[in-house]
Design a protein around this ligand. Sequence first.
Ligand code: SF4
Ligand code: SF4
Length: 344
Amino acid sequence: MEKIRLGKTGMMVTRLGFGGIPIQRLTADEAVKVVSRCLDLGINYIDTANGYTTSEERIGRAVKGRRKDVFIATKTFPGTPEIIEKNLELSLKRLGTDYIDLYQFHGINDKATMDRILAPENGLYKIFEKARKAGKIRHIGITSHQMDIAKMLVKTGRFETMMFPFNFITSEPAEELLPLCRRNDVGFIVMKPLAGGMLDNARIAFKYLLQFKDVVTIPGIEKIGEIEEIVKLYEGSQKITAADRKEMQKMRDELGTRFCRRCDYCQPCQQGIPISLVMTFPSFVKRLPPEWYAEGFIPEAMSKAAACLQCGECEARCPFQLPIREMIVESCKLYEDVKAGRRK
Ligand code: SF4
Ligand code: SF4
């Protein structure tokens, strides 16, 4: 499979990587089989996270004996220095390895967190540097959903990779972020190539991304058949035809008016509702096991959403004119159904 250089990390990674979210929905043995098949197909880049429950451990089992053939990327939320150190040790243990190729700050979407990472005296970045010196991690990257913050992060020159959502609905990165990464030699990792499970037509979605020859794309894989289909797309004709463009436009028209980019321009909400999280709840249901959203921040977000005043202030701020109020009601209904076991 074709490889690219992932920015200044210098890692030669396959253009197609593996996203470790959906394997949480499988049994451990099924998950190991899926990851092993990806490795057999030549994929050499695997992404996971401390926050993806069983994912790291399952990947660890699958790469046993093949560690040298694969680059492993994982991440931690930017908690306290102690939490980060603990998370890193846990990731190493679960993955059954003594080094992580790329360690990333997970989901950095606001300036205050960015400043906490980069503070000159005791910034969290220093914890990562210490781990790099100790040989526990090899490269430092970051992930974000927020365009302005992502651009600022790239410009700092401190991160070797940027992971950001990119697909033909959320195509904004093609305009500035990706060129900025190229100028700064920051490797670009595509998250959500299928828009978090909202795009059913994988052929069209990957054809769009295949135009960008210097990015690594990490679809979340749950079934062996899915990855085999995607590998075929990478090996087949990558030329976008007039019919493909027509299909893309049709899907953009259908989905574009209902698709939340998680940019958070609609904030603040007077009720403290995490609007983008609530709007993307259907995508969580598609990709994650029910235990994942049975407790913790999801029930908290959904109970806040149930108190939406339907004031519409958020809609006036959304650059994509999404019907936020209507979609919040739909997400709340789905949440109630899932909780009651009426939907899986
Ligand atoms: S409509 Fe609901 S979500 Fe939007 S700002 Fe008002 S209370 Fe918040
Ligand atoms: S609702 Fe609109 S403004 Fe809010 S996060 Fe989604 S796309 Fe952005």
